[in-house]
Design a protein around this ligand. Structure first.
Ligand code: 3PG
Length: 227
């Protein structure tokens, strides 16, 4: 674990942890247009969620990030699916608050550790998590969470890696989200169930708002239980 608390990476990891804890549940959104991104942000904010991960999976993603940061100052925007050095730079340029990756290749370890933004690097195995810890990370996205064991995997990791905080993502839905949130090594959970692409494409903003409001209630209930 990174014990040098004055190192810039340690500070950025603490900020990433703070951002994830503040989110509690992070909607993972893929948008096809800026208009869709705006309507999605409004719907999520109406439901009580203030943080998103916007994936770099569509050509419009970077422009959408920049527009959301300009037009919704209260919205925390993470860039998701960051796979390359160029994407790190482009997301930074778009003004996002943090970066998320689904995994980390050997060549991306250093660029992510040196990136001036808070980073939530992805990992799926104990060895990948240990490699992240060795490079100074103390928070990671556990992906694809459900496929690699879900809550049982989180419980198993907590024994040998008690200080590591995780954001499980991938295959989580409204039914099992509360069980994930209750794990001591979970800072936040990510998922697209509040913002399925079909709803965004059909303009079903009331459904997005209602799902966000149910997620908000789940976060508040988990906090009340923990306090
Ligand atoms: C991700 O990018 O983390 C996943 O696509 C989100 O997974 P989900 O769609 O299964 O929630």
């Amino acid at each position: 674990m990174n014990s040098d608390t004055s190192s810039p990476l340690y500070q950025r990891q603490q900020r990433a942890l703070w951002l994830l804890r503040a989110a509690g549940i992070l909607p993972i959104v893929t948008v096809d247009s800026i208009a869709q991104a705006r309507a999605m942000a409004e719907a999520l904010l109406r439901g009580g969620l203030r943080s998103i991960e916007l994936t770099l999976r569509t050509p419009i993603a970077l422009a959408a990030m920049a527009a959301l940061k300009r037009e919704f100052p209260e919205l925390i925007v993470g860039a998701g699916t960051v796979l390359t050095r160029d994407q790190i730079a482009a997301a930074e340029q778009a003004g996002v608050d943090f970066l998320v990756t689904p995994g980390v290749s050997a060549g991306m370890l250093l660029p992510l550790a040196e990136c001036p933004l808070p980073v939530v690097p992805g990992a799926a195995t104990p060895s990948e998590l240990l490699s992240l810890i060795e490079h100074g990370f103390c928070i990671a996205k556990l992906f694809p969470a459900a496929a690699i064991g879900g809550i049982a995997m989180l419980k198993a990791l907590h024994g040998p890696l008690p200080a590591l905080m995780l954001c499980p993502t991938g295959g989580i839905n409204e039914t099992d989200a509360a069980g994930y949130l209750a794990q001591p090594n979970v800072a936040c959970i990510g998922g697209s169930w509040m913002v399925p692409r079909a709803w965004l494409q059909a303009g079903e903003w009331e459904k997005v708002s209602a799902s966000a409001a149910r997620a908000r209630a789940m976060i508040d209930a988990a906090r009340a239980l923990a306090s």
